[in-house]
Design a protein around this ligand. Structure first.
Ligand SMILES: O=C(O)Cc1cc(O)ccc1O
Ligand SMILES: [Fe+2]
Length: 443
């Protein structure tokens, strides 16, 4: 990187075999592990899949760094305050409820210095990190940068959805700046440190304990549309060479551990491979929908999917509800009433969600669990059944999203008993009248 140039340089593409060097010639030529690497760097492989996974699914990167990551003092249990991260969702650690759940915006601590790691709280999840089966949903509320602290998650991949405040993320692969309406994916094992250029910040995190996010198949849509691969952005190598004291906070089996080292974890001078973090601007999403009639299932707005072993059934889909035109004729246009064999966790980045124009607020959340009945609120139903069906815009200035999962989620007690839990949420549907009239068969 040249002095004074923009540190945020990205490589476009999804799942590419990227190459990046901050110092010309730092990547070994023609091999991964020379006897001595250029500039006296150490070669270190970071594996995202088992060595033996088939070629099309195999993910790994080679990092050429000033000191190997192995150079650190032992990990000890993390002692800085009681942390609220959970990696096992059994009856001891969490509660199950099939009721419709909503939270008003999660408050950002006032006056206290809380960074991204200490401000992370698990809302709920399923399964267990040790068996690499399940997922967790977290929220972060933070007021201060991590400084010389780095976080590393051994338990799975993190899909981060900033809702308030940009995240300036230093990663081993280079820096990423992510603003609200962008998402960042940081995979298992990657060290990163979060600074807050805008001060108090909040956002959502989806963690998958197995697999990786991929672009959904497009089927009859064809070769283009939805999230296009070239709009994903992976950072470029950037390093620091210091003997400063750093703390590495490692989430392992849902617990936090801390180790100290006298060098920066961000000392990767060059790297190559296809296991690398990325960001994506949700405004790049090329939405596709019905141009004739009927409400299309929200899977049409899938940005990324983490597949399970059951074809077509996701560990987790990341789905958005982007600004778009709505043109369907003779159609109840809002989300339909339904009971789903998947779990639906929703959040709102900004604006108002089309099915609930009040109560579901930016920085808040809702959970409609497996088979929990839900749909548009009474006001939305009233408007949608009486309005003239002219072409119109929907969701302008708005961005809601959904983490949809095949798993049954359990809530942490923190989330279930949170003061922001909206116990009157059920009233959203209370005023929906019975309009049934056996003498009036009009469609
Ligand atoms: O429940 C929700 O609000 C999400 C949702 C939106 C939609 O358009 C169709 C189905 C669905 O679950
Ligand atoms: Fe739904």
């Amino acid at each position: 990187m040249l002095a004074g140039s923009d540190p945020y340089q990205y490589q476009p593409g999804f799942g590419n075999h990227f190459s990046s060097e901050a110092l010309e010639g730092a990547l070994p030529v023609g091999q991964n592990t020379p006897q001595v690497c250029p500039y006296g760097l150490y070669a270190e492989q970071l594996s995202g899949t088992a060595f033996t996974v088939g070629r099309s699914g195999n993910q790994r990167s080679w990092l050429y760094r000033i000191r190997p990551s192995a150079v650190h003092r032992p990990f000890e249990p993390y002692s800085r305050g009681a942390h609220g991260v959970v990696g096992t969702f059994d009856a001891a650690a969490s509660v199950a409820t099939p009721t419709q759940i909503r939270w008003l915006p999660f408050p950002i601590p006032d006056g206290a210095d809380v960074d991204f790691v200490d401000g992370m709280r698990t809302i709920g999840g399923a399964g267990d990190t040790a068996l690499k089966n399940g997922l967790a949903v977290h929220i972060y509320t933070a007021t201060t940068s991590m400084g010389r602290r780095a976080f590393c998650n051994s338990d799975g991949d993190l899909l981060i959805v900033p809702q308030q405040g940009r995240l300036a993320i230093t990663t081993e692969f280079g820096p990423i700046m992510a603003a609200p309406n962008e998402i960042v994916v940081i995979q298992r094992g990657m060290r990163f440190s979060v600074a807050l250029p805008d001060g108090p910040s909040r956002g959502y995190i989806l963690e998958v304990f197995d697999g990786h996010f991929e672009l959904p198949d497009l089927g009859p849509i064809g070769a283009n549309g939805l999230a296009n691969p070239r709009d994903f952005q992976t950072p470029t190598a950037s390093y620091e060479f210091t003997s400063d004291e750093w703390e590495i906070v490692n989430k392992y089996q849902g617990e936090l551990f801390s180790a100290r080292q006298d060098h920066s974890p961000f000392d990767v001078v060059a790297w190559h491979g296809n296991y690398a973090p990325y960001k994506y601007d949700l405004a790049c999403f090329a939405a596709i929908n019905s141009v004739s009639f009927d409400h299309v299932d929200p899977s049409i707005f899938t940005v990324l999917t983490c597949k399970s072993a059951h074809p077509g059934t996701a560990v987790a889909d990341f789905v958005i509800f982007p600004p778009r035109y709505e043109v369907q004729q003779r159609t109840f246009r809002p989300p339909y009433f339904h009971r789903n064999c998947m779990s639906e966790f929703m959040g709102l980045i900004h604006g108002e969600y089309e099915a609930k124009k009040g109560g579901f607020l930016p920085g808040g959340a809702s959970l409609h669990s497996m088979m929990t009945p839900h749909g548009p609120d009474a006001r939305t139903v009233e408007l949608a059944t009486s309005r003239e069906l002219v072409p119109g815009r929907v969701a302008d200035g708005t961005q809601a999203f959904m983490f949809e999962s095949m798993f049954q989620l359990r809530l942490t007690r923190w989330a279930a008993e949170h003061t922001q839990r909206d116990h009157s949420y059920y009233k959203a549907w209370e005023a929906i009248p019975a309009t049934f009239d056996p003498t009036r068969k009009v469609q």
